[in-house]
Design a protein around this ligand. Structure first.
Ligand SMILES: Nc1nc2c(ncn2[C@@H]2O[C@H](COP(=O)(O)OP(=O)(O)OP(=O)(O)O)[C@@H](O)[C@H]2O)c(=O)[nH]1
Ligand SMILES: [Mg+2]
Length: 280
C-alpha cells in the first residue's frame, strides 16, 4: 500500500489548486480545512507556500497545546486507552523502551483483563524489554490491576507506570464507563499526584478516528494522542484535524510493528511528509 510517510520525492515546483485539493482530500484532510489552507493562494501553488499555509493553519487553530503538559510525579503514570486493535499494547512496549533507554525504572500494568491473550501479549513484551508486568487473572477487575500497578510502582521506587486497558468489553459493560472507573481508581491510588491519560488512535482510520477521540476526550479529558500505523496509510492528513479540532498534542507516531518503529511527533517532519505526498 502507498504509505503517506514513505511518499516518493517529486521535482515539481508547483501544482494547480485543483490537483492539490484532490491530493489533500485523498490523504484525509477535511474539506473545510483544505478551503482554509488554500483560500488566499493563487492557482499555482509551490511547496513552500503550501507548507507555510498548513503550518499557519495548525498554529492558529491550535493555540499553545502543541506539547504535553508537564507533570512532576513519581511514579509518573500513563493510562493508555483506545479502541480494540488501535495499537495500545504495542505502543506501551514502545514507550517502555524509550523511557528505559533514558534510564528510567518502568513497570507495565496489564489492565486489559477482557481479552484472553492480552495479558500474555504484554508479558511477552515485558520479558523482551526486561520490564516487570503487574497482572491479574483473566476476567479480573481492570481497576484493581491499575490500583495494584500504582501501588507496586510506589513500593518499588518505579519512575514510570504504563497501564494497558481493554479496547472492547462484553455488551453489558460500557467501555467509556469502565475507563472512567479505571481513571478514578488511578486518581485514588495516586492521592495528590496527577497522571496522564493518553489515547491511542489507529492512523489508518483517518478522520473516522476523530469521532472516537471526541468521545474519549469528553469522558476522560485526555492529555494527548499517539497515532499508530502511519506506515501503512495515506490518510495522514487526519492528524491536522486531530490537532486543530481536538486541540490535543500528538505525542508520538507508530510507523511499524517493531519496538523501535516509533517516533516523537515533530510538526516540521510531519509537514514535510505531507507536502511530499501532495506533490507526488
Ligand atoms: N504497521 C503497524 N502495525 C502496528 C503499529 N502499532 C501496532 N500495530 C499492530 O496492530 C495490531 C494491534 O496492536 P495491539 O497493540 O495489539 O493493539 P491494542 O490496541 O492493544 O488491541 P486490543 O488489545 O485488542 O484492544 C498488532 O498486530 C500490532 O503489531 C504500527 O505503528 N504500525
Ligand atoms: Mg491490547
Amino acid at each position: 500500500m502507498f504509505s503517506f510517510f514513505k511518499s516518493f520525492k517529486s521535482n515539481k515546483e508547483s501544482i494547480t489548486k485543483d490537483i492539490l485539493e484532490e491530493k489533500l482530500l485523498e490523504c484525509d484532510i477535511e474539506y473545510e480545512i483544505i478551503e482554509k489552507i488554500l483560500q488566499s493562494t493563487s492557482n499555482k501553488i509551490g511547496r513552500n507556500e503550501l507548507e507555510s499555509n498548513i503550518s499557519r493553519f495548525i498554529k492558529e487553530s491550535y493555540y499553545d497545546k502543541l506539547e504535553l503538559r508537564e507533570i512532576n510525579a513519581k511514579p509518573l503514570v500513563f493510562l493508555i486507552i483506545g479502541v480494540n486493535g488501535a495499537g495500545k499494547t504495542t505502543t506501551i512496549a514502545k514507550l517502555g523502551k524509550i523511557y528505559k533507554n533514558k534510564g528510567k525504572r518502568i513497570i507495565f500494568g496489564a489492565g486489559d483483563t477482557f481479552r484472553a491473550a492480552a495479558v500474555e501479549q504484554l508479558c511477552a513484551w515485558g520479558e523482551r524489554l526486561d520490564i516487570n508486568v503487574i497482572s491479574s487473572k483473566f476476567g479480573a477487575d481492570p481497576s484493581s490491576v491499575a490500583f495494584d500497578t500504582i501501588n507496586a510502582a510506589k513500593s518499588r521506587n518505579i519512575d514510570i507506570a504504563l497501564i494497558d486497558t481493554a479496547g472492547r468489553l462484553d455488551n453489558k459493560v460500557n467501555l467509556k464507563n469502565e475507563l472512567i472507573k479505571i481513571s478514578n481508581t488511578c486518581k485514588k491510588a495516586l492521592g495528590d499526584l496527577d497522571f496522564y491519560k493518553i489515547l491511542v488512535l489507529d492512523g489508518t482510520q483517518g478522520t473516522q478516528a476523530l469521532n472516537q477521540a471526541k468521545i474519549f476526550n469528553e469522558a476522560l479529558n485526555l492529555d494527548g494522542v499517539i497515532i499508530t500505523k502511519l506506515d501503512g496509510t495515506s490518510k495522514g492528513g487526519s492528524l491536522i484535524s486531530i490537532m486543530s479540532l481536538l486541540r490535543l498534542p500528538i505525542l508520538y507516531v507508530g510507523i511499524g510493528e517493531g519496538e523501535d518503529d516509533f517516533k516523537a511527533f515533530e510538526l516540521d517532519w510531519y509537514l514535510k511528509n505531507l507536502v511530499d505526498y501532495a506533490f507526488s
